[in-house]
Design a binder for this molecule. Structure first.
Ligand code: CA
Length: 228
């Protein structure tokens, strides 16, 4: 599935340039011109990554990044800092607060999209197009196919995204609200029991090839994909 990238940038020309290039690279783009509106966007739905300008009107990009890192819901959110400041100590400050990468303006669109791809591959593998093989299943995001080496398993779009997320984050327990954020992109407007409904459908589809045991319920906590 394409990555949703929140772009926080106050200069309209740079905002437009980034938007065009990210869309061309297949990403969904959400725009914000300051930290306050970026915070509202993040509260409504968690993006896969934040591209964050350092110098913003009001709260600075670096302070907003610090805030994101201080909140358990957004602690893992990949952040790339954008800045016109090329000084080494700024770069160090950016990386110290936990930014995943740092791009200095002026940047080439090609460099920016390459950096985004690298960070997504490390931190949000469910939003890349890399095939995943685990527990006897192979899921290919490009062809939208899941096989066990012999048979093809057919899933609805939500179950596909759910399985993709679980397979790229195996052996970890995900709460319903985390799954809503990561798979539905929204923890506010969808009810948590929706997750249970789709987990049930996913298991039913995996039952035919006896792979339903890969999806485990962790009582009181959530769900886990385990090939162990
Ligand atoms: Ca700026």
């Amino acid at each position: 599935m394409p990555a949703t990238i929140l772009v926080v940038e106050d200069e309209p020309a740079i905002q437009a340039l980034i938007e065009v290039n990210l869309r061309r690279a297949g990403h969904e783009v959400i725009l914000a011109a300051d930290a306050e509106s970026a915070r509202r966007q993040v509260q409504a739905a968690l993006p896969d990554m934040v591209l964050l300008d350092w110098m913003l009107p009001g709260m600075s990009g670096i302070d907003f990044a610090r805030q994101l890192r201080g909140d358990s819901r957004t602690r893992q959110l990949p952040i790339i800092m954008l800045t016109a400041r090329a000084e080494e100590r700024d770069k160090i400050e950016g990386l110290e607060i936990g930014a995943d990468d740092y791009v200095t303006k002026p940047f080439s669109p090609r460099e920016l999209t390459a950096r985004i791809k690298a960070v997504l591959r490390r931190h949000a593998p469910q939003s890349t197009e890399d095939a995943v093989e685990l527990g006897g299943l192979r899921l290919d995001p490009v062809t939208h196919r899941i096989t066990d080496g012999r048979d093809e398993i057919s899933l609805g779009p939500t179950e596909f995204r759910l399985l993709h997320f679980l397979m790229t984050h195996p052996e970890r327990v995900h709460s319903r609200s985390q799954l809503l954020d990561q798979v539905w992109g929204d923890h506010v407007f969808v009810e948590e029991r929706t997750v249970d409904v789709h987990i049930r459908r996913l298991r039913a589809a995996l039952e035919a090839t006896h792979h339903d045991g890969l999806i485990q319920t962790v009582r009181g906590s959530g769900y886990r994909f385990s090939a162990a």
